[in-house]
Design a protein around this ligand. Structure first.
Ligand SMILES: CC(C)(COP(=O)(O)OP(=O)(O)OC[C@H]1O[C@@H](n2cnc3c(N)ncnc32)[C@H](O)[C@@H]1OP(=O)(O)O)[C@@H](O)C(=O)NCCC(=O)NCCS
Length: 357
């Protein structure tokens, strides 16, 4: 580096591209150091993700997306990491063809020294060559929000991470929700499944598409590609079942004629028994207003209580504009643990700001 300034300029940091998926175990151990530090910063109340799970997640082959990896090393260790995610060549998705999501992380002791900027600059240069037009970045931490603000990113998404500690649940209230809602929808039965097949799966998929489409409208710049979503979702579910690392439970609300009119779903990694992710909850538009959402949520919580004794908390994410779900979650005792902002950058504006154009 050879710079005696207290604050080296971004061009002083050498950013290297490398293949993290095929990294040696020695390099992965080093990566785990920076990963864990950032994980602790982002999830202060959670145990660290074990190295073997991280390894498996890095090496996993996603059906639709791929990554290129970058890093700044100092004294034979990571000072910062970057990855850019983009659609796999050959995957059809008009909405996402020109989009790349950047993840940049620097160790606290190297912050405000231009490392983040150096990584951003290198990755922007690479995306320019690929014909990418829009870059997105997400941040839960103030440092990331300031960084994105500095580069004039436009906030397009506001996502709250919420958490419900099992010890704080008012079980009498949950049981009363179940009983109260049952009287409003006496002909609807709630069933639990680990996976859906046949006609049930078809109905579930149609609802999943409809709910995600509805939710994407909360964003400033909605990006929803229905055909892509459908294909990706089916592929992802196939892979989840094949790999067997992530289990799911889905509670469906079924009418007397067999039709599914709503569901709520959870998923979890058996190797992290303390944590459950609450995924989508949705009720068909024409069946709303009868507390079915509440009933599904209550029944699922009771199921968790009765079958998963090691769970400490349930985590969920909600668009901060999704008032209905936030109200239900708030009554159950979910508390916002962090707020992630999604930023969008027009590549040429960013390139100009970084002195690349
Ligand atoms: C965001 C992050 C990568 C920035 O890395 P960095 O190496 O500190 O970045 P830089 O030194 O290049 O910062 C560039 C500019 O961003 C702004 N900035 C960055 N961090 C800031 C902070 N904590 N407070 C205020 N401004 C900040 C400043 O304007 C800074 O320029 P300056 O120091 O000359 O004033 C780092 O703080 C981090 O890892 N945060 C947690 C992960 C994250 O949120 N990543 C971002 C989204 S993917």
């Amino acid at each position: 580096m050879g710079d005696t300034n207290d604050k080296p300029q971004s061009q002083n940091w050498e950013v290297v591209e490398y293949n993290l998926k095929e990294a040696s175990s020695e390099l992965l151990d080093k990566y785990y150091v920076i990963y864990s530090q950032l994980y602790k910063e982002e999830h202060p109340d959670e145990p660290l993700l074990p190295l073997d799970i991280l390894k498996e997640r890095i090496q996993r082959n996603d059906p639709s997306w791929c990554n290129r990896y970058f890093a700044v090393f100092k004294n034979d260790a990571y000072a910062g990491t970057g990855s850019m995610q983009f659609l796999k060549p050959g995957v059809e998705a008009d909405e996402f063809k020109f989009l790349s999501t950047f993840y940049i992380r620097t160790l606290p002791e190297y912050r405000r020294k231009g490392v983040g900027t150096a990584i951003l600059k290198k990755m922007t240069q690479e995306t320019l060559k690929m014909g990418i037009k829009t870059i997105e970045m997400y941040s839960m931490l103030d440092s990331g929000k300031s960084f994105c603000g500095h580069f004039q990113g436009k906030v397009v998404n506001n996502f709250g991470f919420n958490r419900l500690d099992i010890k704080d649940i008012d079980w009498r209230m949950v049981e009363s929700w179940k009983i109260e809602a049952e009287t409003k929808t006496p002909d609807t039965k709630i069933e639990f499944h680990e996976r859906l097949t046949g006609k049930d799966w078809d109905q579930y998929l149609e609802m999943q598409v409809a709910f995600f489409k509805e939710l994407s409208l909360f964003d400033e710049e909605p990006l929803f590609d229905e055909e892509f979503f459908r294909k990706d979702f089916v592929e992802y579910e196939k892979k989840r079942i094949e790999e067997g690392t992530r289990d799911a439970v889905i509670a469906v609300a079924r009418e007397a004629d067999g039709t599914i009119i709503g569901y709520t779903e959870i998923s979890y990694d058996k190797r992290e028994p303390h944590k459950i992710d609450q995924d989508m909850t949705g009720v068909l538009k024409e069946r709303r207003g009868k507390n079915l959402g509440k009933r599904l949520k209550a029944e699922m919580l009771l199921k968790i209580r009765d079958t998963k004794p090691d769970v400490i908390f349930i985590a969920t994410g909600n668009d901060t504009k999704n008032k209905h779900m936030l109200k239900i979650n708030g009554e159950l005792g979910f508390k916002q643990s962090s707020l992630s902002l999604g930023y969008s950058f027009k590549i040429h504006d960013l390139a100009t700001k970084l002195g690349l154009e």
